[in-house]
Design a protein around this ligand. Sequence first.
Ligand SMILES: [Ca+2]
Ligand SMILES: [Ca+2]
Ligand SMILES: [Ca+2]
Length: 79
Amino acid sequence: MSDSVETRGDDRTDLIVGDTNNDGKPDLWASDTDGDGKADLFQFDTDGDGKVDITIVDRDQDGNPDEVVDGDGGHAPQV
Ligand SMILES: [Ca+2]
Ligand SMILES: [Ca+2]
Ligand SMILES: [Ca+2]
């Protein structure tokens, strides 16, 4: 179980979905949770199993992480 993190909003729009290791599966997400078009939730699948390993929340959207947790933080990407 991973800790759950609080995000700015309850919506989720994936602004960026990346496949950094080119295995055909997404492993990087930058998402907007409050509908203002700016990313405030960043997630990384570092071991390539399709599940998020690190979740970073930038709650004030200043570009600096405000909270970092292991796992998806209760915000698993929609596949
Ligand atoms: Ca946002
Ligand atoms: Ca993983
Ligand atoms: Ca911040």
